[in-house]
Design a protein around this ligand. Structure first.
Ligand code: GDP
Ligand code: ZN
Length: 492
């Protein structure tokens, strides 16, 4: 890497740009940070006690062509973090400005006027992710931690926040480091075998080789379990898809309204939705849920428009993680098309099905019990959860929501009840394409007729390098880094 002192000094707003706010924080990082402070305030940097807040006055800095006098710009709070004890590991200064656009613009203009290539004063606005990139390059964080900073900032719901935080606390880093230690030790044993192959008896060889294999198999199990946890987190980020379907007029839209008015809407409308299905994204007890309201399904196969509607609804049903089959209590028959749809489910891709009996305000409790039994009988092959609601009186909506919360939890925990892990797709890809690939190559070659110890060792090396890519300490890393930091926005 280029040493810190050769890098340009960067600055950026750490708070959102383009909105009015009480405070705007401008961060500066690099060897010129003290110079920027001294130029803006006409004070010496030595005046600042590290990591203490100071109130200072800052003045405009003109470029060479301007001859106006310097004017007072703002009285910000200033914090100084001398290297290496800062976020980036470089000298850093934070200016807590008053958050008006004119102030921010004037301060930024002044700092940019300090840039002077002739005097080797290299100062520029930061690129996306550049602060975090420097933190990483100066050993403040490994790549997984840096990526979690990004995930943390992007977290919209409580569950996302919770699982990202545990990643940020270095838990995953410890796991990866342990895997690497184990793989390196297996590879060392293998190297010993290669070096002393001629001196040893064949039986000894195969004994040691089996021992290595046992270890590798154990590792593989752990890694697969970890990828399961990662895969479970995908729907935490993308949202759990909840499909509402049922015959026309059973109350699909009404239930959608009931649920969305109870819960916090993350996005009210997703652009690009069609006439016959509306998606809304809400937060149900910490879970991001995308609700898909389908057009009513009616079994009138002669009507071409209806046919399209049915096909689309079937498609939506397939895409859903949880499906609510809504039935009108006053007309509690299940349409044959619907019945077929839920009963002909792919065994590997079973939906969590909830039958919702709506409009309970229109029937007596005896009638309701009878209807429930009837539904249970006709769906006995899949024994779904059944619940009752009235959109009119709001009766049962809370029970429905807690039922949905439980299903969200089930969907995001593994079969052993292990909680999800949130990490980037990059990590997920490396786990499969590098680490597990290398392990599988090892196991395959070990069984091969003319096995070659060198190839076995190369396979393990492949896995070990994969871990290096994840943590960010492998060779040839620039490509990896560009992928990671391009996802960041400016000021991080
Ligand atoms: P969709 O076609 O399945 O989306 O059904 P809608 O949500 O548009 O509802 C159809 C009709 O049923 C509307 O007139 C609603 O007001 C009415 N409705 C929906 N839910 C209830 C309910 O719980 N009780 C009563 N009494 N009427 C309801
Ligand atoms: Zn509707």
């Amino acid at each position: 890497y280029v040493t810190s002192s050769n890098l340009p000094t960067i600055y950026a707003l750490g708070t959102p740009a383009g909105t009015k706010s009480a405070i705007a924080i401008l961060r500066v990082s690099g060897s010129q940070a003290p110079h920027i402070y001294e130029s803006l305030t006409k004070q010496r940097i030595t005046k600042l006690k590290p990591r203490f807040a100071h109130v200072d006055q800052i003045y405009s800095i003109n470029n060479n062509l301007q001859s106006e006098p310097r004017s007072l710009l703002d009285s910000p709070l200033v914090l100084y973090f001398p290297k290496p004890n800062s976020f980036t590991g470089e000298d850093m200064i934070e200016f807590h400005l008053h958050g008006g656009k004119a102030i921010i613009d004037a301060v930024i203009k002044s700092i940019s006027n300090l840039h002077d290539p002739n005097n080797l004063i290299n100062i520029r606005y930061s690129e996306p992710g550049e602060f975090s990139r420097r933190a990483f390059q100066n050993g403040k964080f490994d790549l997984t931690e840096v990526e979690s900073i990004n995930d943390l900032i992007n977290a919209e719901t409580e569950t996302q926040r919770k699982y990202v935080v545990s990643s940020f606390n270095g838990k995953n880093k410890m796991i990866f480091t342990q895997w690497r230690t184990n793989l390196v030790s297996a590879m060392a044993k293998l190297t010993a075998l290669i070096d002393f192959a001629d001196d040893n008896e064949m039986e000894n060889d195969s004994y040691l080789l089996n021992e290595i294999e046992t270890e590798v198999v154990r590792m593989k199990e752990q890694i697969i379990k970890f990828t399961d946890q990662l895969n479970k987190s995908k729907i935490l980020i993308d949202g759990i898809k909840l499909v509402l379907f049922g015959s026309p007029n059973v109350g699909k839209s009404s239930i959608l309204n009931c649920i969305t008015s109870e819960e916090l809407a993350i996005v009210s409308d997703i652009p690009g939705t069609t006439r016959d299905s509306i998606n809304s994204v809400i937060d149900i007890n910490g879970y991001k849920v995308v609700i898909i309201d389908t057009a009513g399904i009616r079994n009138k196969s002669d009507d071409p428009i209806e046919k399209i509607g049915i096909r689309k609804a079937k498609q939506k049903f397939q895409e859903g993680d949880i499906c609510l089959l809504i039935i009108d209590s006053t007309n509690a028959s299940i349409d044959s098309t619907l019945l077929e749809m839920v009963q002909s489910q792919d065994k590997d891709n079973m939906k969590q099905l909830v039958v919702v009996l709506n409009k309970t305000d229109l029937v007596s409790s005896q009638e309701l019990t009878q209807i429930k039994n009837q539904i249970e009988n006709s769906l006995s092959s899949i024994s779904p959860l059944i619940t009752t609601v009235s959109c009119k009186t709001q009766d049962g909506i809370q029970q429905l929501l807690s039922m949905l919360t439980k299903q969200c939890r089930d969907l995001t925990t593994t079969q052993e009840g292990v909680e999800p892990i949130i990490m980037s797709q990059r990590v997920n890809d490396i786990l499969t394409n590098d680490i597990l690939y290398g392990i599988d190559e090892f196991l395959r070659n070990k069984e091969s007729q003319n096995r070659d110890l060198i190839i076995l060792s190369e396979s393990l090396k492949y896995s070990i390098d994969g871990i290096g890519k994840i943590l960010g300490d492998a060779v040839g890393l620039d490509e990896v880094l560009n992928v990671v930091f391009s996802k960041f926005c400016i000021g991080k």
